[in-house]
Write a protein that binds this ligand. Structure first.
Ligand code: NDP
Length: 505
């Protein structure tokens, strides 16, 4: 997101060191934060490092107890949190609760209960060196830098913050310039939970502040955002040899088989494409429907889309809120223009609503072909493009015809067929007969293949990656000397050769 969003430019014109946050549903100014420079970012990392010294020395169960106090704050102040998320991001209050607050409360509970097991030293049986033994123990990395996007301003960074803290690290978070107030609110809850103040900090600013964070002496970087920025982050981390996890863009395909339950599928696809106004990295972004069910599926999806209630995100009965960023609305309009010019038909929605709010109608596009931008480039808006396919093979081939591979979906009544197709799709996660929700299952790995990212967050692997895996090898039986030590001789050579042939004959 190289350009500064127009909704923030107004404040920036008066004072370039300030970022003004507005409610995308109304245009109302919500507050402002500082655009912090490299010095301030560096100082935040240094403070976190100091605080981390005591934190890392705590037994994991004690860290877990303190993290659960943060979870308790999240739960007891859930309503206030949902309001803050909904006001700054535009998603409905229900989505703020179910897709953000609930996810963090559950993730914190799950990892707090299990971190001591997941991070316990692991012994490694040695198949050859029987007189010795090995184990791996997990040592906190130090300070983890988290650079976060605007589409899930609470769930994405705070899940990572919780995991990094449990692993014994300090954390500095750089939220998106679109949603700094949600990050501030998260920090307020953290402080109220009584955790060490400097251990987790928030630095606010534009993209430069993210770049400054990578340069500020962090020991690990978790970046979530676009593939374009992800490349820059990877290069900056590579230059400094900082390990990183990259959670990047998606273009999730959904394959609808001839035997799918079309009522369920239509409802699932509508939710998967329109939840959070389609601003989900694993939103259903393209549908490949078997030709025998294409017409009926399309009718059902259009019917669901047309019944959705769009408007004030704070109202309980609203299904679709506002989009977060005006530039993103323009991208959606451009994708649709291109699709229509190339022969696609918009059967529902297709327009931005008049007024100051960034509302885009839930949109269903049919007669799509694989060469259209709506089928190839990330849309990140409430648009569901549907294309007709002959059979499962063609569907899988087209699903894999993408540079991205974050999530994918298969709809069928036959579980074996679903699993078989799922295994053929190039994506980090494939769900059969549902969509989106595994981000909220902390025990499952999250991450992409191809240009959708590197590494995994969540699951045991995600927690261990926030530590250095250090190997210790020790003697169980002390021999006077080892076979391969000095002095070398012909006899030693022949004995070793004999051993090789005996072992690997
Ligand atoms: P961006 O890549 O534009 O921004 C992500 C973060 O990086 C922001 O905090 C941004 O700051 C910051 N940033 C910008 N430039 C730099 C830089 N040079 N160095 C370091 N940090 C920088 O992504 P968006 O915020 O637009 O997020 C949407 C994207 O995120 C979509 O592509 C979506 O698919 C992806 N995403 C992936 C997820 C996954 O799990 N794989 C989950 C959610 C989203 P600022 O905003 O202030 O410019």
């Amino acid at each position: 997101m190289g350009a500064v969003a127009a909704r923030h430019e107004q404040g920036a014109q008066d004072n370039p060191n300030v970022i003004v946050s507005r409610n995308p549903a109304t245009g109302e100014v919500l507050g402002e934060v500082a655009d912090q420079g490299p010095e301030e970012v560096r100082a935040a990392v240094a403070r976190a490092r100091l605080a981390q010294r005591d934190w890392r020395a705590l037994p994991i169960r004690d860290r877990a107890r303190r993290v659960l106090a943060l979870r308790d704050q999240v739960v007891s102040r859930a309503d206030e949190l949902c309001e803050a998320i909904s006001r700054e991001g535009g998603k409905t209050r229900h989505e703020a609760l179910s897709m953000e607050v609930m996810v963090v409360a559950d993730l914190a509970t799950w990892f707090a209960k299990r971190a001591h097991e997941i991070l316990a030293p692991e012994s490694i049986p040695l198949h050859l060196l029987k007189n010795r033994a090995s184990y791996v123990h997990y040592v906190p990395r130090g300070v983890v830098g988290i650079i976060a996007p605007w589409n899930f301003p609470f769930a994405i960074p705070m899940g990572e913050v919780v995991m990094a803290l449990l692993a014994g690290n300090g954390v500095v978070l750089k939220p998106s310039e679109m949603t700094p107030l949600v990050a501030r609110k998260a920090k307020e809850l953290y402080d109220a939970a009584g955790l060490p103040v400097d251990l987790f900090q928030v630095v606010t600013g534009r993209g430069q502040a993210g770049a400054a964070l990578i340069d500020a002496g962090i020991d690990y970087c978790i970046f979530t955002g676009s593939t374009v920025t992800g490349r820059k982050v990877a290069a900056a981390c590579g230059e400094r040899l900082i390990p990183c996890t990259l959670e990047l863009g998606g273009k999730a395909p959904a394959i609808v088989c001839a035997d799918a339950d079309l009522d369920r599928t239509a409802r699932a696809l509508a939710w998967g494409a329109f939840a959070n106004s389609g601003q989900v990295c694993v939103s259903v972004e393209r549908v490949y429907a078997h030709e025998s069910v294409y017409d009926e599926l399309t009718r059902k999806v259009v019917d669901v889309a047309q019944r959705l209630r769009q408007g004030d995100p704070a109202r309980g009965e609203t299904d679709l809120g506002a989009m977060t960023w005006d530039h993103q609305v323009e991208i959606v309009e451009e994708r649709l223009r291109q699709a229509e010019a190339a022969g696609a038909r918009v059967l529902a929605g297709g327009r931005r609503l008049a007024g100051p709010g960034l509302f885009f109608q839930p949109t269903v596009v049919t007669e799509c072909t694989q060469d259209m931008d709506v089928m190839r480039k990330e849309i990140f808006g409430p648009v569901l493009p549907i294309m007709r396919v002959r059979d499962d093979e063609e569907a899988v081939r087209l699903a894999n015809d993408s540079h991205l591979g974050l999530g994918a979906y298969v709809f069928t009544r036959d579980t074996q067929r679903g699993k078989r197709l799922a295994e053929q799709i190039e994506a980090g996660t494939v769900m059969v007969n549902d969509c989106l929700i595994t981000y909220g299952a902390p025990e499952t790995p999250w991450g992409g293949v191809k240009k959708s990212g590197l590494g995994r967050t969540h699951a045991a692997q995600g927690l261990r990656d926030l530590c250095e895996a250090r190997h210790v090898n020790y003697d169980r039986l002390a021999l006077r000397r080892e076979l391969w030590w000095y002095p070398y001789s012909d006899r030693l050579y022949r004995r070793t050769l004999g051993l090789l042939k005996w072992l690997f004959r």
